[in-house]
Design a protein around this ligand. Structure first.
Ligand SMILES: NC(=O)c1ccc[n+]([C@@H]2O[C@H](COP(=O)([O-])OP(=O)(O)OC[C@H]3O[C@@H](n4cnc5c(N)ncnc54)[C@H](O)[C@@H]3O)[C@@H](O)[C@H]2O)c1
Length: 318
């Protein structure tokens, strides 16, 4: 049973993972080598507790009790007795290999070790783990990790069934929706789908089929709107599989399948229009800083979470 979790890396993802667990009653030790990252955690935590409540969520524990479930540290050794350690440090293969090797040496035999990597191969990260290879696996969260429900699970070559089951059950107790990725493929499942969508959308933009504003509406008010109530296969079931079979037959060969460059995207990057963080990307974000825009986005995602929980039935953040 998982009672105490170590999280390595107190950045964007590590914060969200820690928040999700402590607000669901689990003790967390959040570790970072950078004290500045740790110094930001308490204010951010209080800010999100307030926002969740303003958006109608309730927590079983008081704010003080929730805060008491969190310990901050710069020492990785403090995680040695945790039941689960989730590595969510900077995306670098060498760094993650070194962290896993160190955790394998210092943690108790029963401690499960997982990585939250987005783009690196799990089998490469755990290559040098030799003491307990059965206890390592991948738990891939989505940003913001305390709001987006999905966690993708992937076994490493030697992960035991028991370890996989324990992690899956724990994530579900923490109000996450898990999926099992059955093969180690780059991008796992959800990011591959997102990249496929981006390829087609950018291709339509590049070819002058649609404006940026209209492309945004096409996705947000069309497929995106339907996706807020179900996944793809149910949409296909409702549309009729005979209909979808014809649509796929007609359109599959016509949509973008090339690996092509998107000069409009590259040009924006080369002049420093990087999106919200530089106040301009495809659209403009004047007057407020990145943090304020992120909070606005998160508020609307938290509202979306309420609808999602109703649809999923019984999944509540309280
Ligand atoms: N940002 C996303 O959208 C996203 C989504 C899913 C998964 N991920 C993955 O999550 C991980 C973290 O991403 P992030 O966006 O939170 O990055 P981030 O840059 O916001 O945070 C990384 C943190 O790791 C800390 N760190 C660096 N080396 C460390 C070490 N040796 N020990 C402890 N802490 C260390 C840094 O000080 C920093 O606070 C990456 O593997 C990334 O691929 C990111």
């Amino acid at each position: 049973m998982i009672q105490e979790v170590g999280v390595i890396g107190a950045g964007t993802m590590g914060f969200g993972i820690a928040f999700q667990f402590i607000t669901n009653g689990t003790k967390v030790i959040l570790q970072d080598i950078n004290e500045q990252s740790l110094n930001l955690v308490e204010d951010k935590l209080n800010q999100y507790l307030k926002i969740y409540k303003e958006e109608g969520f309730t927590f079983k524990e008081t704010d003080k009790q929730i805060l008491n479930l969190l310990t901050l540290t710069t020492h990785i050794e403090d995680l040695s007795n945790c039941d689960l350690v989730i590595e969510s440090a900077t995306e670098s293969l060498q760094l993650k290999q070194q962290i896993f090797k160190q955790l394998d040496e210092l943690c108790n035999e029963h401690t499960i070790l997982t990585s939250n990597t987005s783009s690196l191969k799990l089998s490469d990260i755990v290559k040098d783990v030799d003491k307990h290879r059965e206890r390592v696996m991948l738990t891939h969260f989505f940003n913001p990790a305390h709001i987006v429900p999905l966690v993708e699970l992937l076994r490493a070559p030697d992960t035991s069934d028991e370890v996989f089951k324990t992690v899956k059950e724990f994530m579900e107790t923490m109000k996450k929706v898990t999926i099992e990725v059955r093969k180690e493929v780059p991008g796992l499942v959800a990011n591959r789908i997102q990249v496929a969508l981006a390829r087609e959308a950018l291709s339509l933009l590049e070819d002058g089929v649609v404006s940026e504003e209209d492309l945004e509406d096409a996705i947000f008010a069309g497929p995106g709107f339907r996706f807020s109530s179900s996944g793809l296969l149910k949409i296909m079931d409702f549309g009729g599989l005979d209909v979808w079979a014809i649509v796929l037959e007609q359109l599959q060969s016509k949509i973008e399948s090339e690996v092509r460059a998107f000069p409009s995207l590259r040009n924006k990057v080369s002049v420093g229009n990087l999106g919200v963080k530089s106040s301009k990307g495809y659209f403009e974000y004047p007057g407020k800083g990145l943090d304020e825009y992120v909070i606005e986005r998160d508020r609307s995602l938290i509202q979306q979470l309420k609808t999602f929980e109703k649809l999923k039935g019984g999944l509540t953040n309280a």
